[in-house]
Design a protein around this ligand. Structure first.
Ligand SMILES: C[S@@+](CC[C@H](N)C(=O)[O-])C[C@H]1O[C@@H](n2cnc3c(N)ncnc32)[C@H](O)[C@@H]1O
Length: 222
C-alpha cells in the first residue's frame, strides 16, 4: 500500500505536468516536442467549426482592420493554421499572414492545409519568446489558445506589442475558469491582464467571454 501512496501523487503530478499543462512549466522545447507528438490528432481533437471561426475570429478581426487595404498579420503559435485559414477563407481579406510556431509537425500540417494560399501565407519555425521582426511592422498580431503554453507569457506579450504598428490590433486569448486555476502564472485576472497590456503600450482593451475556458482579448497599440 505504501507504494500506492507514493506512486499516485507522482502520477497525478506527471499528468498535470505533461498532459494538463502540456509541458508549459518545462520550457518551450518540451511544449514543442509534445505538440510534435500529438500534431496528427490536433484537428480531430479540436473539431473546429468553420462558422464559429469565421464569426468569432475572422469577422471581428476584419472589422478591426477596416480601412487597411492589404493588412499584414502575424499569428503567433499558429498551430495547424486555424486563424490564418479563417482569415484567408474570407473574401474580404486581401492581406497576407505569417504563421509562427515552434512545433515542426504542427507547421507541416498547416503548410499542407494552406497550399492554396501559398502566395499570401508564410510559415516560420520560431520560439514566440523572440519574434524575428523589426518594431512596428504588423497591422495585427494574434495568439489564439497559446499564451498559457509559452515559457514567459508576459515577455511574449511585450514582443507582440513591439512588432505591432501604432494603431494596430492585438488579439490574444486568456484562460479562465477552472482551467486557469490549473496553470498558475500562465493565466491572468482581467485587472492583471489590463495592467500588463497597458504597460506595453496598448489601450482600448476589451475582454470578451468566448469559450468555457477562454476569453478573447482585444487591444490597440497607442
Ligand atoms: C493549443 S495550440 C493553438 C494553436 C492555434 N493557435 C489554434 O488556435 O489552433 C498551441 C500552439 O502553441 C505552439 N507553441 C507552444 N509554445 C510555443 C513557443 N514557445 N513558440 C511558438 N509556438 C509555441 C504549439 O506548438 C502549438 O501549436
Amino acid at each position: 500500500m505504501i507504494w500506492l501512496a507514493i506512486a499516485l501523487p507522482l502520477l497525478l503530478f506527471l499528468y498535470w505536468l505533461l498532459v494538463i499543462t502540456e509541458g508549459a512549466y518545462l520550457g518551450s522545447q518540451v511544449v514543442a516536442w509534445l505538440y510534435d507528438l500529438s500534431a496528427g490528432r490536433y484537428d480531430a481533437i479540436k473539431q473546429f467549426d468553420l462558422n464559429d471561426e469565421n464569426y468569432f475570429l475572422a469577422l471581428p478581426l476584419l472589422r478591426a482592420l477596416n480601412g487597411v487595404r492589404a493588412p499584414i498579420v502575424l499569428d503567433v503559435a499558429t498551430g495547424t493554421g486555424r486563424l490564418p485559414l479563417a482569415l484567408l477563407r474570407h473574401s474580404g481579406f486581401r492581406g497576407k499572414v505569417i504563421g509562427l510556431d515552434l512545433s515542426r509537425r504542427m507547421l507541416r500540417l498547416a503548410q499542407h492545409k494552406a497550399h492554396h494560399h501559398r502566395a499570401r501565407l508564410y510559415f516560420i519555425r520560431q520560439d514566440a519568446a523572440i519574434l524575428p521582426f523589426a518594431d512596428n511592422v504588423f497591422d495585427a498580431v494574434t495568439c489564439v489558445e497559446a499564451l498559457e503554453f509559452l515559457a514567459n507569457p508576459r515577455g511574449a506579450l511585450q514582443e507582440m506589442a513591439r512588432v505591432l504598428r501604432p494603431g494596430g490590433v492585438l488579439l490574444v486569448t486568456n484562460r479562465v475558469n477552472w482551467e486557469a486555476r490549473l496553470m498558475p502564472g500562465k493565466a491572468f485576472s482581467n485587472s492583471t491582464l489590463r495592467a500588463m497590456l497597458e504597460s506595453v503600450g496598448l489601450s482600448r482593451i476589451e475582454i470578451r467571454h468566448w469559450q468555457v475556458c477562454y476569453d478573447l482579448v482585444w487591444a490597440w497599440k497607442n
